[in-house]
Design a protein around this ligand. Structure first.
Ligand code: PMP
Length: 412
């Protein structure tokens, strides 16, 4: 038979996957014990499994039928109660339930980005945010980040150098993925001004904001500028409840809702009904606040345990962030270890039984070769200690040149 060429669209060849998501299947294939610092996933022990199992058994009729594209009305009502309770003005015509936060990001790309459009992204940022923008043909402008989030003061200069204004600004303002940094109020205000000036959409991706375990709340864009038409907020229950439910929502200008519905109808028709009803029940039964208080307390313990283990086993060889919430520590090798390429470290570390995500996965420009992201949320303090010990062993092996593995290709 002659070899058949499969006629791909240009779009298909331009698609960029996710190193992070691929690590889920990679880890599933491992037969040895691996401490999981790679995925940004809540600990299995912190998911209210019994409650969800019970809810699933008690769902009302229609649970296995098609639902409304914009989401189950009862869930929209609960989402509104949740957002109002946190001082955010919203309304039912602003909310669209999505298949996780990722669908919210994809919808943003679909609605706002034409090929060649410029998108400001944080450096480092969430791999899949970059991938989504790239899959719509966007050009990424990576802007620096410090302990107060995106360095908004640098944006005008960067945009002037790019020679064109951005169509969108993709930011993870609270407990950023991967750095854990939170954008200061002053910078949020300034970013809103710039968005107004440029007519750019702020893609406000905030899955971790409700997971604060210390420090002062910082008002969100929606509190500073209620119902601002240029703010497109992407939210998810993945981090606060369970990622496998795949339930999130978008809070956006009502004029966008019919477009979101059209786009979603060509994607998945509606978000899975059973999962929406399970989330609705959890919220209606008023379990969220107690659940958040419990998991935030435990995440704080886990973060402290990870920082403590890192200090003990790496000392000055690594610099790490110290977030007030969320899931992640961002580490940069320092001193004599500053040249350590974390892409080289990945396979030896996996062999030693610990998984993490190498820094360049979070960069549009492939930067941060000597950095890595660790998720402290998934493991108990004892497992965290074990994982850090394994990481140290793997790092020593790589530095001693005993490791012969070639660095894996890390796409952005
Ligand atoms: N945005 C950020 C910043 C995330 O960290 C994640 C999950 N890792 C998502 C969006 C996607 O969330 P979901 O799993 O609900 O699709």
């Amino acid at each position: 038979m002659p070899a058949t060429t499969i006629p791909l669209a240009h779009r298909a060849t331009d698609l960029v996957g996710s190193v992070i998501d691929s690590s889920t299947s990679l880890l599933a294939r491992q037969t040895h014990d691996v401490v999981r610092f790679a995925m940004g996933a809540p600990g299995d022990d912190l998911i209210p499994v019994e409650m969800f199992d019970r809810y699933l058994g008690e769902l009302s009729p229609g649970r296995y039928g098609y639902g409304a594209t914009e989401g189950e009305p009862e869930l929209i009502e609960q989402v509104l109660a949740l957002t109002h309770g946190r001082g955010v003005a919203s309304s039912a015509d602003r909310i669209t339930i999505t298949t996780g936060g990722m669908q919210g990001l994809d919808l943003a790309g679909k609605l706002f980005l034409d090929p060649g459009d410029l998108v400001i992204v944080e450096g480092p940022t969430y791999t899949n945010g970059n991938s989504t923008a790239l899959s719509y043909g966007a050009r990424l402008l990576e802007a620096p980040l410090d302990e107060n989030g995106l360095v908004v003061e640098r944006l005008e200069e960067l945009v002037a150098r790019a020679g064109r204004t951005p169509k969108a600004i993709y930011t993870i303002p609270t407990f950023q993925n991967p750095s854990g940094a939170t954008l200061s109020r002053a910078r949020r205000e300034r970013l809103l001004d710039l968005a107004d000036r440029w007519g750019a959409v702020i893609i406000d991706d905030d899955p971790y904001g409700m997971l604060r375990f210390e420090g002062e709340e910082v008002p969100g864009f929606a509190q500073i500028a209620p119902n601002h038409p240029l703010v497109f907020s992407v939210r998810t229950f993945s981090k606060i409840l369970a990622p496998g439910l795949r339930v999130g929502w978008v809070d956006a200008d009502p004029a966008l809702r019919p477009l979101l519905i059209n786009a979603k109808q060509a994607m998945d028709t509606c978000t899975g009904v059973p999962a929406q009803r399970m989330v609705t029940r959890f919220l209606a039964d008023d379990h969220l606040d107690a659940h958040l208080a419990r998991i935030a307390r435990l995440y704080r313990t886990r973060k402290d345990a990870m920082r403590h283990s890192l200090r003990r086993h790496f000392g000055e060889r690594v610099r790490g962030t110290d977030p007030d919430g969320g899931f992640f520590l961002w580490l940069t090798f320092a001193g004599a270890w500053a040249e350590l390429d974390t892409r080289r470290l990945f396979e030896p570390a996996l062999r030693h039984g610990v998984a993490f995500i190498p820094g360049p996965a979070f960069s549009a420009t492939g930067s941060f070769a000597n950095a890595l992201r660790l998720c402290f949320a998934t493991s108990s303090p004892e497992r965290i200690e074990e994982g850090v010990v394994r990481l140290r062993r793997a790092a020593e092996e790589v530095l001693a040149g005993r490791d012969r593995t070639r660095p894996p290709r890390v796409s952005n």
